[in-house]
Write a protein of this length. Structure first.
Ligand SMILES: Nc1ncnc2c1ncn2[C@@H]1O[C@H](COP(=O)(O)OP(=O)(O)O)[C@@H](O)[C@H]1O
Ligand SMILES: [Mg+2]
Length: 333
């Protein structure tokens, strides 16, 4: 791959240890994120997407093991002041349901000032307001009005734009967006994706977009990592994934996404439900739901195979039976 990678996640594990049980929310994830591109992380609810992405900022309750390399620094080794400075200025995040993260008793303008000052006390209020205004204009909001507003005076879509503008305040190289449009209507969603793509292209900001919707992946992503039960089961260039998904879970997700199917195609849901992350199936985690599972699948964990620039973890990869199953070219593009 020509792209250089800005983040390299190596053998990352995140466990939530609760009374008497351990939730393996992220299991042995290795993934490299290309600089300047938009990488989507997709999978059903509860598969570990938020846990994985918050770990990239060394946030969250879980116990983290492994390494997350950013410019040859291991983020998981950052502490105290160094970690505080790193967050927002190198990598920022729009958290899931972040609209409610805006402080309800503070005007939006003050929140921009506060966020900036947590990183740099010396900059004048005027300079921060100027920068905030530019960013708000960039996300197509009226800065005069919005900076004076309290969060409850703004619509959901406006608040989400404010969060996106805020995430850009310290010129981060990477922005992570966790389901940024889930609560919004389709038109507002599309407007926000237009803005994200513009930011990605014009500022060359690397973006990591978390979504459960493969339709959104098709619209905006350059690369996609498919997560299932805490693992990345497939990773590749989006066009390749749509042309020929290699993992049966990926194929299942695509075929169950209404917006990707043509009129005469029927939606086919993936049978069953994701496993309990405290007690995962032996072998391949997907085998109990897999339409092409063979005996080996319940016995052995499939190794990650390199597939072009991407990766797939499936015992059936390269198997003639599997090649036959993969007639997905009619979908997406
Ligand atoms: N603070 C926590 N304590 C215990 N379990 C958690 C915690 N946060 C998330 N989990 C569990 O970790 C798993 C992955 O959750 P999450 O990362 O939120 O998935 P996703 O974002 O894909 O929906 C789920 O089983 C969830 O219940
Ligand atoms: Mg989530």
């Amino acid at each position: 791959m020509e792209d250089s990678y800005i983040l390299k996640i190596a053998n990352l594990n995140v466990d939530y240890v609760t009374r008497g049980s351990v939730v393996h929310a992220v299991s042995d994830v290795s993934l490299s994120i290309p600089a300047g591109k938009l990488t989507a992380i997709v999978g059903e609810s509860g598969c570990g997407k938020s846990t994985l992405t918050t770990a990239l900022l060394h946030y969250g309750m879980g116990q983290r093991r492994g390494a997350i390399l950013y410019q040859d620094k291991d983020i998981l080794k950052l502490k105290g002041e160094e970690l505080r400075k790193f967050r927002w200025s190198e990598i920022s995040m729009v958290f899931q349901a972040s609209q409610s993260a805006l402080n309800p008793v503070m005007r939006v303008g003050e929140q921009f000032i506060e966020t900036y000052r947590e990183h740099d006390r010396k900059v004048s209020k005027k300079a921060i307001v100027e920068k905030a205004s530019q960013l708000l204009e960039y996300v197509r909001l009226d800065p005069k009005r919005v900076l004076q507003s309290y969060p409850h005076e703004l619509s959901g879509g406006m608040k989400q734009r404010v969060m996106i503008a805020l995430s850009l305040l310290l010129d981060p190289k990477v922005v992570i967006l966790d389901e940024p449009t889930t609560a919004l209507d389709v038109i507002t969603q599309d407007a926000i994706f237009d803005i994200l793509l513009k930011i990605n292209r014009e500022f060359n900001t690397t973006m990591i977009l978390v979504t459960h919707d493969f339709g959104i992946v098709a619209k905006v992503a350059d690369y996609v990592a498919v997560m299932y039960a805490g693992q990345v089961v497939e990773y590749n260039d989006v066009r390749r994934v749509f042309k020929r998904p290699q993992h049966p879970y990926t194929k299942g997700l695509i075929e169950s996404t209404p917006s990707l199917l043509s009129n005469n195609e029927e939606i086919s849901e993936i049978d069953g439900t994701p496993p309990d992350l405290r007690n995962k199936p032996q072998g391949c985690v997907f085998h109990p739901r897999c339409p092409i599972a063979r005996p080996i699948c319940s016995r052995e964990i499939p190794a990650a195979r390199i597939e072009g620039d991407g990766m797939v973890a499936c015992h059936a990869y390269g198997h003639p039976l599997y090649a036959q199953e993969s007639n997905i070219e009619k979908v997406g593009g």
